[in-house]
Every structure is written in structure tokens, then in C-alpha cells.
Design a protein. Structure first.
Ligand code: CA
Length: 224
């Protein structure tokens, strides 16, 4: 799961990032409404956590703009106790859930998983490319109709590559995505994951290949 946290309190944002990464959820932080528009990528992000009290605008206005621009991913609003009366207006602006500060981290993680599983236009999409079909919601990979088993890291790497086929994904991006806080990971371990993934694709006679751009990263494309 790839999440964006839009929260201007840097210590709270860092704590949330750390705890979510520990739970295997990849997080990109944004600290203002303006930054949120730069960071949020509809191809990549599954759920947005959006604080109401941002320095440059109300989180609800960020939400309205996202919905107007056709962004359909679930949005969880963070709201202070004294803004609670506004929770209905939050849900009317297109939020899918809200959480009142202060909250337990376990609660936030549970809500994110519930939102991620909730069928919606954005997350129910199957990634189909070549003779491969990957369904991120139930982690199912089929090549030529045959199921192929992947480890969590292989799955995450494949999903990231498939979301932007024929476009380079940086090695450092993969590294920070696959290895969160407190987990040992190096560029070398990314290579190992890609190596195993390649072998599984090859063994299943996949007509796609993962190409290495030395010193830059990887891309997935159809074989010539
Ligand atoms: Ca705030």
C-alpha cells in the first residue's frame, strides 16, 4: 500500500511515517496543501491521509480540489477535537473516513487497511500488461493464466514497475519503498529482489522483461 500523509506538524508526520513503514505501508510526506498537489500521484498512491489544519489552506479544500481533478483514491481526514462538528462537512467534501486527534497508531493502520480493501474504481483496477495480469487488491499474479507466487518484496517491486510501464523507476526509490525504517536494505538487496523476480517471470514464460539501466534503475517492457 502506498500512502501520502499531508500533515504540517513535522514531529507527528515523522512518527506516523515511522509507524506505518514498520507496518509495511509505504509513506510519502507533504507538509502543506500546495505540496500535497505536487506529491500525490493517482497512479501510485492508494490512500491519502489529510490533516484539516494546514498552514496554507484547509485540508477540506485540498480534498475538494482533488475530487474536482478526478482523483478517486480513498481519503482519510485527520481532524482536531474542536473541529469535530465539521466532520459531516468533511464527509460531504468526498472524504471516506475521518480520525480525531489524538489517535492510536493501531487505529490509523486499521482504518488504512479497511480503506485499501474497500472496492473503489481506483484500487480495484487490475494491472494488465503483455501476458501478465496482476491484481494488487488480492495480490494475485497470473502469467498466461497460470498463478505465480511472489514474496511481499517481489510483489511490491513488480507493482511499482507495472504502474508505470516503460518508465524508469529509480533504484533508490525501490530501495526506500521495499525497505522501510528499521529494516536493513541496500541497493544490493534491491538487485537480489529484481533478480528473483526476473527468474520467476522467465520461468512462467512471461513476455515482459525488466531492463536494468545501470546506475539509474529499472523499467518493465514487452520483449522485442
Ligand atoms: Ca495541522
Amino acid at each position: 500500500m502506498n500512502v501520502v500523509i499531508v500533515e504540517d506538524q513535522k514531529d507527528l508526520s515523522a512518527l506516523i511515517c515511522q509507524q506505518l513503514e514498520k507496518a509495511g505501508i509505504h509513506v510519502s510526506p507533504a507538509y502543506t496543501g500546495e505540496e500535497a498537489f505536487e506529491v500525490i500521484d493517482p497512479e501510485l498512491h492508494d490512500v491519502i491521509i489529510l490533516d484539516r489544519g494546514l498552514p496554507d489552506m484547509d485540508g477540506l479544500d485540498v480534498l475538494k480540489s482533488l475530487r474536482q481533478d478526478g482523483f478517486k483514491m480513498p481519503v482519510l481526514i485527520l481532524t482536531a477535537m474542536d473541529e469535530l462538528g465539521d466532520k459531516i462537512s468533511g464527509l460531504n467534501s468526498g472524504a471516506d473516513d475521518y480520525l480525531v486527534k489524538p489517535f492510536e497508531m493501531e487505529e490509523l493502520i486499521a482504518r488504512l487497511h479497511a480503506l485499501y480493501r474497500r472496492p473503489s474504481e481506483t484500487i480495484n483496477v487490475k494491472l494488465e500488461y503483455g501476458n501478465l495480469v496482476f491484481s494488487p487488491t488480492n495480490n494475485e499474479l497470473r502469467i498466461n493464466g497460470e498463478a505465480v507466487q511472489l514474496t511481499v518484496k517481489e510483489k511490491d517491486a513488480l507493482e511499482r514497475l507495472l504502474r508505470l510501464p516503460e518508465r524508469v523507476v529509480g533504484k533508490d526509490t525501490l530501495q526506500s519503498m521495499l525497505y522501510g525504517y528499521g529494516e536493513e536494505g541496500s541497493q544490493n538487496s534491491v538487485e537480489v529482489v529484481i533478480h528473483r523476480l526476473r527468474k520467476k517471470l522467465k520461468d512462467a514464460q512471461c513476455n515482459l522483461e525488466i531492463k536494468t539501466l545501470r546506475g539509474i534503475g529499472y523499467l518493465i517492457r514487452e520483449k522485442d
